[in-house]
Design a binder for this molecule. Sequence first.
Ligand code: PMT
Length: 486
Amino acid sequence: MASLTIRGIGDDLKKRLKMRAIGNNRSMEEEIRHVLADAGHPLDERTSVVSRSLQSSATPLAPMLGGQPAPQRGLPAGGSLAGRRVVLVITGGIAAYKSLDLIRRLKERGAMVRVVMTKAAQEFVTPLAAAALAGERAYTDMFDAATEFDVGHIQIARDTDAVVVSPCTADFLAKIALGLADDLASSVILATDKPILIAPAMNPRMWRNAATQRNLARVREDGVAIVGPNVGEMAETGEAGIGRMAEPIEIADAVSHLFGGAVARSLVGTRVLITSGPTHEAIDPVRYIANRSSGKQGFAIARAAAAAGAGVTLVAGPAALPDPPGVKVAHVISARDMLAAVEHALPADVAIFAAAVADWRAAREDAHKIKKGPGGGRQLALVENPDILATIAHRADGRPRLVIGFAAETEQVVENAKAKLARKGCDWILANDVSPGSGIAGGVMGGDRNAITLVTRDGVEIWPEQSKDEVARRLIERIAAELSHP
Ligand code: PMT
C-alpha cells in the first residue's frame, strides 16, 4: 500500500486541521484527503496518510486550509459563552432527550459543544442526533481507533473550558464520587482539570437514598458544581417529587456561572424595582415592631440586577448595609412608607418583593414614651398594614410585566407559597424556609445563605442552598430568560 507522509505540521496548523475535521465530522486522515482533493491533488484510496507534527507550520497544507480560524478563548461582549468550549457528557437517563435542547442552548450562547455519551445514554438518544446538533461527531468509545488518533480521552478532557454532565444519573454520580474511569465519559471526568457541572436526574427515591446523598456531598466537596434537581412530575408515569433534571435553560445559565457568572448585561433597558429588609412600625418614639430581616437578599438582587445592566430602584427598609453602587436607593422605615416609595418608583418592568414587611402596626403610635403602669402587663392593639406586593400585583394600570414575591415560611413551605402566589396575584414566588430547623448556618433571615423553592404557574423548582449572591444571580438570569420570550 502507498503511503503519503506529511511533515512539518506545527501546532497551529494541526489545531486548525483538527477543528476543521471535527466540524466536518471526519477523522484527521479523512480531512487531509479532502483538503488535498479540494486543492486538486486527490489521493488514491489505497494511499495511507501519516502526519508528522514537527516544528514549522510553513507547509503547503496551510493555504489549502483556507479561512478556518482556531477557536478564540475569552468572553466577547454580548455572548455569555462565546468562544467557550464545553464537553457535554450525556449519561443514560430518560432526561437525556433534554440534553439535545441543552446543546442548542449552549450553542445559541456561542459555546462550542463536544458531546461524549455513555453506552446507556445511547439507549435514549442517538449519537447521530447529538452530533447533528453539536456540529461534530459524538464520542462514545474509550477504545475507538479514530478517536484515539484524533482526540483521545485525555485530550477531550483537556481541550475544553468546562465539562457538563447532563443528565447525571445516580450511577454516574457514584462513579464521579469514587473516581472510577471504566468508560470514555468517566475517564474524561477523571482526567479533566476544568470545572465540572452536573445536572442530576433520577427517581425521587434514588435521590433521597443515603448513598446518593453521600456521593453528592463528596462531589460537592471536590468542587463539582451542581444544578437542580427540581421538583415535579417524573417521566415515569405516576411518579413525582425531587429528582427531575433542571431545565436546559437553567443548566445553560449554570454553565455561564462557571465562567464567572457572566450574565452579560442581559437586562440592559429593563427597569427593576426591588424591596428589601424589614420595616419598623413605631409603638412610641423609642419602641417599634420589627423582624430579623437584614436586607442582604434584597441588596444582593439589586447588585445582580445592576450588574446585568438594569436600571434599578431599591426601596430599602432599615438595614446596616452600604447602598449598592449604580442603584437608586429609597430608604424607608415603615410599611406605609415602603408602599408610597414603591408606587413613586413605578413604572417598572420587573418588581421583586424581598422585603419582610411587618404585617401589623400599632393601632396608635404614642407621642411619648409609654410608661410602665401599676398593673404590670399592657395590651397592644394592632391593625393590618397594606400588602405592598398584592397592591402592585393587582394594579389594573401600570402593573410590572413580571411581579415576583418571596415567601418566608416555617412550615409547609411549598403549599403556603402556592397559596400566597394565588392570593397575592404575583407571577413567581421564591419561598424560603426561615425556621430555625432549616439547617442553613446563620439562618436565612440575617444570614448569608439561602435555599429557594421557586413556585411559578408552571410548577416548582428547588434551588439548593447557596449564597444570597448566587440566589440573586440565578434569579436575574431567570428573569432575563423570561423577558426574552415575547
Ligand atoms: O433580609 P435577609 O436577612 O437577607 O432575609 C431575606 C428574607 C428571608 C427576608 C427574604 O428572602 C424573604 O423571604 N422575604 C419575604 C419575607 C416575608 O415577609 O414573607 P411573607 O411570606 O410574609 O410575605 C410574602 C410576600 O409579600 C413577600 O414578597 C413580602 O415582601 C410581601 N409583603 C408582605 C406583607 C406586606 N404587608 N407587604 C408585602 O409586600
